[in-house]
Write a protein that binds this ligand. Sequence first.
Ligand SMILES: [Ca+2]
Length: 214
Amino acid sequence: MKYFGSSRCGIWTWIFMLLCAGCLIPEGHAAEKSTHVRGFERLIEAENFKGVAADVDATGKLPVVDGRWSRQESEGYSGNACVQGPGEDVTISFEVPGDGVYYFWIYHVTSIAGSTAFNLFVYQGSGKAARLEYSTKLAREKRDEPDLIYRPGFWDVWSVNHVTLKKGKVQLTLSAAEQPSSSIVDVIFVTDDPEYKPTLQQTGYWDTFMMENN
Ligand SMILES: [Ca+2]
């Protein structure tokens, strides 16, 4: 009985040790991945995308839109500028610090009458791009859509999409989704914080403008 007991104990000890060893492998792997700490933020001005047409023309007027996203000077927007369609695709690249879900908040113009949809394509390596769709519906007159954050008194909104990314280089392409396009895009804010919500206080771009114009 004693022999049987110690043998059984030995078996369970081995099983326990094997289970522990099995557990340690994924834990170690997870610990390696968890070096990425949440808190990533990246502000990308739409007017800084490669391929955006130049500033105002020599007469100081807004440029004639010739099929490209064009930079529009405006104090009301981050960087004092936004871009307006019809939109030959424009691109920009940046790096993300780790694997995970990233949220792409975009500040853009919407309308009850005729704003048009646009896409943000997100590329990594040679993989297929993720297509994030924005401004796919006309605005409601009450400006009460739960998925839009309005700038008070304006038709400018923040809206968000998310995508899972791997650590490393990301290329973004801004693309009009319909023609003719009337899309106006100011800025893209990328974060890995699922709780992030843009507000005037958090973003601060419009504080001066709001004080001067209200
Ligand atoms: Ca801008």
